[in-house]
Design a protein around this ligand. Sequence first.
Ligand SMILES: Cc1cc2nc3c(=O)[nH]c(=O)nc-3n(C[C@H](O)[C@H](O)[C@H](O)COP(=O)(O)O)c2cc1C
Length: 147
Amino acid sequence: MSETLHQLVYYSRNAVSGDGANFAAEVNSILEASRRNNEAAGITGALLFNAGVFAQVLEGPLEAVEATFERIQQDERHGDVSLLALEPIAHRSFTHWAMGFVGQSCANAQRFADVGLASGFDPARLGGQKVHAILYDLTLEEEAAAA
Ligand SMILES: Cc1cc2nc3c(=O)[nH]c(=O)nc-3n(C[C@H](O)[C@H](O)[C@H](O)COP(=O)(O)O)c2cc1C
């Protein structure tokens, strides 16, 4: 079993229909399962939702990351799952997060207007490194705000 740390970055399109309350309940259920499973599998990371798009970073041992991504790809709550990066890393970025979440807030939209979060988040244009950097910055800010 490979214990080499890897990081995977992907994005996808939301497929949850219905009103805001329904969507919030689905996101809560995703986060609850993610935190439970990821902690057991040694995975950390963050999930962003903005403008109908999910973007996620998963980091951990390669086999665990791949098995988790396999499961995520089968999930019908999103579609058009597109891999942006899968590469070895020396250190984790999201040490404290089994799965951090950054939602669609006005503050976040304004802060990241320059990379298109306000007008419509477009991870295909941004690439894996930039998406990782955005999630990293936003998650650190959430952590600081919660402290
Ligand atoms: C956008 C998105 C992100 C997800 N992220 C994770 C994750 O990081 N870890 C995880 O175990 N499941 C994640 N899931 C949920 C999985 O697809 C699946 O429902 C879950 O792993 C099943 O867990 P359970 O068998 O313990 O209920 C995600 C689903 C979606 C739609």
